[in-house]
Design a protein around this ligand. Structure first.
Ligand SMILES: [Zn+2]
Ligand SMILES: [Zn+2]
Length: 418
């Protein structure tokens, strides 16, 4: 593919605090309501976790993650201030507690019309409880699955006035989830790009270096005016190659004051400095509000330095995020030393709730052969029930009576070709 090196016009307008203002610390929720006719993104202060609210120029709302459980009450109160009516879409980037813990309180407070998560199985009680809650309370439950009739495209959600939110990862079932990473739950975070004319935002969840590698290999316009930094600024993510491609003018790190993980890492702060991204962090700046008029994004924070930063967007206006057909990513290199990260959450329990099987499969009598299909816990594939692979494993299993049901959640195994 031909590579265009574009000179990005970088414009930093630093408005220093007015005399007399700097001494008065702003109240934590002093940031104003969404601006009608503008795209507003709030990076909400939820301590050690993530939560961002998108309000489109026409008032469409998307909440990406809901912070940890202890942030639920505050998040719910803030959403009541900012949102009228139920959220149009709630995205859980991945099933970790610091992203989902506050969602039940938030959803009880304002409601939601749609819920999307990667469909990546996770055994924690909190995730199962959330799926149960969402199954009862939210109308539509979905995954970022590409349109079946156009599998080489990306799922895009229109938010009015030309604002769109495009899901870059994961792409199940067209591509398998990333596996054998430091944290597969993190690595399969929903990565989404929000575009409004020349300005754009990239939301990365807790994505891992293999996620970044996979995205870099695709014909995608990854540039973003504002980057929501992956994994709270953890040192492994936000690789130099990825930041070079994204070329963020501003970056927001969501993390808690004095958190146990040392987030954000000096390494990531250094790499963001290398690409000259003006960096905000919720532990120091509190809530961060970014307002786009389609050409410029103006960021300000509820505390910290009383400054406003305006950055100019360089998104090719009107161009799609995908620069060509999206082919499956080659399998990750093997032999990589994998340093596993402890997964937050409880002990393994029964597999999978409502998310990946939102609707009953159409009955297909030709499949009613009496043969069942079986998937082992944690596996991305399913087998014939007679397959010898199953006999070797004591893992918990999911049994599908219809192949079409199995196919919706997993790939056919290579050994028994079910
Ligand atoms: Zn996290
Ligand atoms: Zn995580």
């Amino acid at each position: 593919m031909k590579v265009f090196v574009r000179l990005l016009g970088v414009l930093f307008l630093l408005f220093t605090a007015l005399p007399g203002h700097a001494a008065t610390p702003a109240a934590p929720s002093a940031l104003p309501a969404p601006v009608p006719g503008r795209l507003t993104v709030y990076f909400l202060d939820v301590g050690q976790g993530d939560a961002a609210l998108i309000v489109s120029p026409t008032g469409k709302t998307v909440l990406i993650d809901g912070g940890p459980p202890e942030a639920g009450t505050r998040l719910a109160a803030r959403l009541r201030e900012l949102v009228k009516g139920p959220l149009d879409l709630v995205i859980l980037t991945h099933p970790h507690l610091d992203h989902l813990g506050g969602l039940p309180a938030a959803l009880k407070a304002v409601g939601a019309k749609r819920f999307m998560d990667p469909g990546f199985d996770h055994p924690s009680e909190a995730y199962r409880a959330l799926l149960d809650f969402v199954g009862r309370e939210v109308g539509q439950v979905m995954t970022p699955e590409p349109n079946a009739s156009a599998p080489q495209t990306l799922l895009t959600v229109g938010l009015g006035e030309g604002v769109s939110l495009t899901m870059l990862w994961p792409r199940m079932p067209q591509e398998p989830f990333l596996a054998n990473t430091r944290s597969d739950a993190n690595a399969n975070s929903i990565v989404a790009k929000l575009t409004y004319a020349k300005t754009s935002f990239l939301f990365t969840g807790d994505s891992e270096p293999p996620t970044e590698e996979a995205l870099l290999q695709k014909p995608l316009d990854l540039t973003a005016t504002v980057l929501k930094v992956a994994h709270h600024g953890g040192k492994h993510s936000s690789t130099a190659a990825f930041l070079d491609r994204v070329a963020p003018q501003a970056a927001v790190i969501s993390c808690g004051v004095g958190n146990d993980y040392g987030h954000p890492s000096p390494e990531v702060l250094g790499r963001l400095g290398d690409v000259h991204a003006r960096t905000f962090r919720t532990d120091q700046d509190g809530e961060v509000m970014a307002v786009s008029d389609g050409a410029t994004v103006t960021l300000r924070s509820s505390k910290g330095a009383a400054s406003t930063v305006s950055v100019s967007g360089s998104q090719r206006s009107g161009s799609p995020v995908a620069l060509g057909p999206i082919e499956p990513t080659p399998a990750p290199r093997s032999g990589r030393a994998v340093e596993k990260e402890p997964e937050p959450g409880g002990t393994p329990k029964k597999p999978k709730g409502a998310t990946t099987a939102p609707a009953p499969a159409p009955t297909n009598t030709s499949e009613e052969t009496g043969q069942s299909f079986v998937s082992l816990k944690g596996s991305k594939v399913f087998h014939r029930e007679s397959c010898s692979t199953l006999k070797r494993s004591k893992n918990e299993r999911t049994v599908y009576t219809r192949r079409s049901d199995a196919l919706r959640e997993r790939r056919p195994a290579e050994d028994c070709h079910p």
